[in-house]
Write a protein that binds this ligand. Structure first.
Ligand code: PEP
Ligand code: MG
Length: 555
C-alpha cells in the first residue's frame, strides 16, 4: 500500500484499476522545403480543427466552449504567422507548431488574470494535437476496456471528453491545476479528481489497484481491504445520496412545492462549475473577491467581470452583493480604519457609504452589466431604512452619471437588501415600503449579531448557534414581511446548506436557497423528503408581532 498526497480538484471516491495515460514520444523529425512544410502544416491544422469539431459535438453544453476556444486558437492570425515564420527559418512543421505553442502558452501564463493564465493549457493542448498529426501519431482518445482510474502527468479536456463515461472512475494527475479546464470538466461530470500528486506516482501506478480518495486529496495504491471498507463507509455517510441526473431536475419537496437551488459564487469559473451542478442561478456573488488584485479595478474592469459572470451563468439570474468590505477584510490598496472589534466596526454598506466614489463606480458597472442579462443587486449589512435610503440615493446619482455619459444601463435594475442585522429583520416591512425589491437573509451574520457571538472567534462558537430560536424568529419576521409586501426572499447563509435547517427555512416560506454547489445534493435529498402538509415535529419557533408597534415616546 502506498499513499500519494495531492490537491482535491473534484470531490468523491473511486476504487478500481489504474489506467496510465502515456503520450507518444515524438518521432525523429527532418525538415523539408519550407513550401512542403507549410502545406503539411495546413493539412494538419484542417484535420485538428475537424477533430475539435467532433469533440465539441460530444462535449456537455457547458464544456463546448473549451473546444470552440481551441478551434479559434488554430485560426488565430498571429499564432499562424509565428508557425509559418519558424518554417520559413528552416523548422520542420511539428517543431514550428510546438515552439509557437510554448511561446504563446508562456505569454498567457504570465498574465496577471488567473483565468487567462490557466488557458495556457488550452494552447498547449491545441498545438500538441496538431504536432501529433504531423508526427503521424494522431491523438486518439485513450480506449478503456474496463472501469479505471485515469492517471497522467497532466490531462487536457480532450483526453476526457469522448471517453466512455461509464468506464471512467476518476482522474489523478502528477501536475495540473484546480482551475484548469480538465478539473472543471471533472467537476461537471461529477468525477473524483486529485491533482499535483508528484511525478513519482507515474512510475509507481502502472498495473495497480487504487483508491482515489478525492475528499481527502489522496491516491492510495493497492489499499488494504480494511482501509477500503473504511473509505467506502465514510463516503456513504458524508456524500450525497442523489445521482447527478437528479441534480439537473427541478427541486421539489415531497408535496410538490418548488424550491430554487442557487449557488454562492465569487468568479466566472466557480459560476460555470455551479451551473454544471444544476444551480438555477447565482443567489449571492460576493463581489469583494474581485478586489483581491493589488490595484483598484477601474469601472470598465468591474463591468467586464460582471459581464463574464453573467456569461458563465448562461442566462440564469445572478444576484451581486455590493462590496462587503470591513476592518477584518479589506484589499491592500484600501485603508479601512481599525477599531477594537472588527465584527462590530464599519463594514458592508456602511463602509461603502463612507467611500461614495468607490461605491458609485461599482454601482455604475453593475447598472451597465444589468442591461446585458438578469442581474440584481443586494446591499450587505443594512441596519435599517435610513441606510437603505442613503444607498438608493447613491444609486440615483450613479444613474444620473451614466445618463450624462450617454451610457446604456438598466433603469429598473432590482435592488434588494441582505437581512443580516436584527434591526433589518425587525424593520423589514419598512424596508419593503421604501422600495426594497427582495430580501436575502444572511444567516451567518444574523446568528452572529443575534447571539452576540463573533463568528470568527473560536471561543465564542458555543454561543454562535444557528438553531437559536431568536434567529428563527427573525428569519420568520423577514419572511412574513416579504409575503405581506409580495417580494421574494431567499437565504444565502450557511444555514441554507444545512439539510435540516434548509427544510426549516422552506417551512418558514423561503423558496430560494443559495449555497456552495458542494451542498446541493445533500440539501436536495433532504428537501425531497420534506412534506409541508405534515406539521413540523417539536415546538413551533417563537413568532414576533406582525408589525412593530410605534416607538414608545420618551423611553
Ligand atoms: C451571511 O452573512 O450569511 C452571508 C451570506 O454573508 P457573508 O457570509 O459573506 O458575511
Ligand atoms: Mg454576511
Amino acid at each position: 500500500m502506498r499513499t500519494y498526497l495531492g490537491v482535491t480538484a473534484s470531490r468523491g471516491l473511486a476504487v478500481g484499476p489504474v489506467f496510465r495515460l502515456d503520450r507518444a514520444a515524438p518521432t525523429a523529425r527532418i525538415a523539408g522545403l519550407p513550401e512542403l512544410e507549410t502545406a503539411r502544416l495546413n493539412a494538419a491544422l484542417d484535420l485538428a480543427k475537424q477533430e475539435l469539431d467532433e469533440l465539441q459535438a460530444q462535449a456537455a453544453p457547458s464544456d463546448r466552449d473549451i473546444f470552440l476556444f481551441q478551434r479559434m486558437l488554430l485560426e488565430d492570425k498571429s499564432l499562424l504567422e509565428d508557425m509559418r515564420g519558424h518554417i520559413a527559418e528552416g523548422s520542420e512543421a511539428a517543431d514550428a507548431v510546438e515552439a509557437t505553442g510554448l511561446q504563446f502558452a508562456h505569454r498567457l501564463r504570465n498574465v496577471q488574470d488567473e483565468y487567462i493564465s490557466q488557458r495556457s493549457a488550452d494552447v498547449l493542448d491545441a498545438c500538441q494535437r496538431v504536432s501529433a498529426i504531423l508526427d503521424g501519431n494522431p491523438r486518439g482518445t485513450p480506449i478503456l476496456t474496463e472501469p479505471s482510474i485515469l492517471v497522467a502527468d497532466s490531462l487536457y479536456p480532450s483526453d476526457i471528453v469522448g471517453m466512455d463515461r461509464n468506464l471512467l472512475l476518476g482522474l489523478a494527475t502528477a501536475a495540473g491545476s484546480s482551475q484548469s479546464h480538465a478539473a472543471i470538466i471533472a467537476r461537471t461530470m461529477g468525477l473524483p479528481a486529485v491533482i499535483q500528486l508528484g511525478r513519482d506516482v507515474l512510475a509507481d501506478c502502472s498495473g495497480s489497484m487504487a483508491a482515489l480518495d478525492a475528499d481527502n486529496g489522496r491516491l492510495i495504491l493497492n489499499p488494504d481491504p480494511q482501509l477500503l471498507n473504511q473509505l467506502e463507509e465514510r463516503h456513504r455517510c458524508t456524500v450525497n445520496l442523489v445521482s447527478g441526473d437528479l441534480l439537473l431536475r427541478p427541486c421539489r419537496t415531497a408535496d410538490g412545492t418548488r424550491v430554487y437551488i442557487m449557488a454562492n459564487c465569487t468568479a466566472p469559473d466557480d459560476i460555470e462549475a455551479a451551473m454544471a451542478m444544476g444551480a438555477e442561478g447565482v443567489g449571492l456573488l460576493r463581489s469583494e473577491y474581485s478586489l483581491l488584485s493589488g490595484t483598484p479595478p477601474t469601472e470598465e474592469q468591474q463591468y467586464q467581470y460582471y459581464k463574464n459572470c453573467l456569461l458563465a451563468a448562461g442566462g440564469r439570474p445572478v444576484t451581486v452583493r455590493t462590496f462587503d468590505i470591513g476592518e477584518e477584510w479589506a484589499p491592500v490598496w484600501l485603508r479601512v480604519p481599525m477599531g477594537p472589534n472588527p465584527a462590530l466596526g464599519l463594514r458592508g454598506l456602511r463602509f461603502c457609504l463612507t467611500q461614495p466614489e468607490l461605491f458609485r463606480m461599482q454601482l455604475r458597472a453593475l447598472l451597465r452589466a444589468a442591461a446585458q442579462a438578469s442581474l440584481s443587486v443586494v446591499f450587505p449589512m443594512v441596519g435599517g431604512p435610513e441606510e437603505w435610503d442613503a444607498a438608493m440615493a447613491q444609486v440615483e446619482l450613479a444613474k444620473e452619471e451614466l445618463r450624462e455619459r450617454g451610457e446604456a444601463f438598466r433603469e429598473n435594475t432590482p435592488f434588494g437588501c441582505m437581512i443580516e442585522v436584527p434591526s433589518a429583520a425587525l424593520t423589514a416591512d419598512v424596508l419593503a415600503s421604501h422600495g426594497c425589491a427582495f430580501f436575502s437573509i444572511g444567516t451567518n451574520d444574523l446568528v452572529q449579531y443575534t447571539c452576540a457571538a463573533d463568528r470568527a472567534e473560536p471561543e465564542m462558537q458555543q454561543y454562535y448557534r444557528q438553531e437559536n430560536p431568536a434567529v428563527s424568529a427573525l428569519v420568520q419576521a423577514a419572511c412574513d414581511a416579504a409575503e405581506r409586501a409580495g417580494i421574494p426572499v431567499s437565504v444565502s447563509g450557511l444555514t441554507a446548506a444545512n439539510p435540516y435547517l434548509a427544510c426549516t427555512h422552506v417551512r418558514q416560506g423561503v423558496r430560494t436557497l443559495s449555497m456552495s454547489s458542494q451542498s446541493f445534493a445533500a440539501v436536495r435529498s433532504q428537501l425531497a423528503r420534506l412534506d409541508l402538509r405534515v406539521p413540523a415535529p417539536g415546538p413551533a419557533a417563537p413568532r414576533l408581532p406582525a408589525r412593530a408597534e410605534p416607538a414608545l415616546a420618551g423611553v
